[in-house]
Ligand binder design. Structure first.
Ligand code: HEC
Ligand code: HEC
Ligand code: HEC
Length: 338
């Protein structure tokens, strides 16, 4: 009995932990869910005994019903095949180290049932109709973004879920050529990435990057207003505000959620990676650190004939001096404790 109950206690603790943290759980899905709660697929999910027993709904929504700790699963069958789903459900941390999704020790029978249900949470994306329509390239891209439910893991402003980087400032930090390589095969740039390969056609990629590249901070104010309404504890306030700003500008898209690095930066000297920045405040003066991301930095090329590596964007003009101070306070807090 206790073996059966244990995972639920752990689950409860996890969820409580999230509400206390107040960070990951303050996620929003302001866009309408892609699937109606009354559709047969949503009913199959919510009606399943295994889903109910295992508490998936505490963390995942289908048809707008359920928690927002993990991505909504409305269109999960469009991005994950049966093999991947089975591997994931069997042991999430073997696929994504550090994920909060627990190993629920599912039996083979439960795995079969879940993989069957999840594979049906899927809808044909009618790309030919979208691409041949009279819409502009940007509008086509925006429609594809919605239909593939990229919002399940990405936010633009406050819409969508913060599983991957917030895309509000994407167009400013990454060039279109990088974006199209990424969409073609995310794993070719970042091996082991959690971002699925959608097997997109050249036409779809062209439309999507056209749209993505227009994301130059138009929804910055929306996020700022939201941040102002978060209640922080007094002593950790500067660091927590700094973390929100770090995520708002998408620093995590190159340096990782907590400055841990590891993100590939093809042809950047010396190691083809964006640098680890969780110890940078111990190595450099405050004004030098702030100057890097306010004025920008272009790393040297490893092979002078090769592609231009990603650079640290210059945020002056977009980020206020006060915001830069908060980001600095966040960076200081990242230094590993001795
Ligand atoms: C404690 C919260 C939690 C519980 C409980 C949980 N998950 Fe998850 N799940 C997550 C998170 C978070 C992710 C995203 C991975 C990440 O960001 O670490 C995820 C990812 C997934 C994915 C991949 C989604 C995608 O978009 O590719 C699937 C499928 C999934 N979970 C299914 C389930 C099922 C089925 C159950 C119940 C058996 C379940 N999860 C229980 C938190 C949870
Ligand atoms: C299951 C979650 C998930 C879905 C769905 C998803 N992504 Fe991602 N995406 C990620 C993660 C996670 C990253 C960050 C890379 C990493 O951590 O390995 C990422 C990174 C990106 C980046 C680079 C962001 C940056 O800050 O540099 C772009 C662009 C992107 N995704 C576009 C898309 C598009 C377009 C779609 C829909 C076709 C999509 N993503 C769907 C998880 C997802
Ligand atoms: C598009 C990817 C990208 C984004 C987004 C990005 N950076 Fe960088 N960052 C880099 C690269 C590449 C370097 C290394 C530059 C060099 O080699 O001189 C760097 C360097 C740095 C450094 C100096 C590290 C050192 O050891 O010298 C700091 C600090 C830093 N970034 C902070 C930030 C902050 C804060 C943000 C968000 C406001 C940010 N970066 C956004 C790519 C990025």
């Amino acid at each position: 009995m206790s073996r059966k109950i244990f995972p639920y206690i752990r689950l409860l603790l996890l969820i409580c932990g999230f509400s206390l943290l107040g960070l990951s759980s303050v996620s929003a899905k302001d866009t309408a869910p892609p699937l109606s709660a009354n559709s047969p697929e949503a009913k199959a999910f919510h009606g399943s005994k295994v889903v109910k027993l295992r508490g998936c709904v505490a963390c995942h929504a289908v048809g707008g019903v359920g928690g927002a700790v993990g991505p909504n699963l409305d269109r999960v069958g469009n991005r994950r095949d049966a093999d991947w789903l089975r591997k994931w459900l069997k042991n999430p941390r073997a696929v994504k180290p550090g994920t909060v999704m627990p190993n629920l020790h599912l039996s083979d029978k439960e795995l079969d049932e879940l993989v069957g249900i999840l594979s049906h949470l899927k809808k044909e994306v009618n790309s030919a109709t979208i691409l041949n329509s009279a819409k502009s390239r940007v509008e086509k891209g925006e429609k594809l973004f919605t239909d593939y439910d990229c919002f399940a893991c990405h936010q633009i402003g406050r819409s969508g879920m913060p599983i991957g980087p917030n895309l509000t400032w994407l167009g400013k930090r990454k060039p279109e050529t990088w974006e199209s390589k990424w969409l073609k095969e995310p794993g070719a740039i970042q091996p082991g990435t959690f971002m699925p390969n959608f097997h997109l056609s050249e036409g779809e990629i062209n439309a999507l990057t056209g749209f993505l590249h227009t994301l130059q901070g138009q929804k910055n104010q929306e996020l700022k207003d939201w941040e102002e309404n978060i209640a922080f504890s007094m002593d950790s306030r500067p660091r927590e505000i700094g973390e929100r700003i770090y995520i708002r500008f998408g620093c995590n898209g190159c340096h990782g959620k907590r400055g841990e690095g590891g993100y590939k930066n093809p042809n950047a000297a010396p190691a083809e990676k964006s640098p680890v920045i969780n110890t940078v405040t111990a190595r450099m003066s405050k004004s030098d650190v702030i100057d890097v991301f306010m004025s920008g930095r272009q790393p040297a090329k490893l092979d002078s004939a090769g592609t231009m590596p990603l650079s640290c964007p210059a945020w002056k003009g977009d980020m206020t001096d006060e915001e830069a101070e908060y980001v600095y306070a966040f960076l200081v807090s990242l230094a590993p404790k001795k």
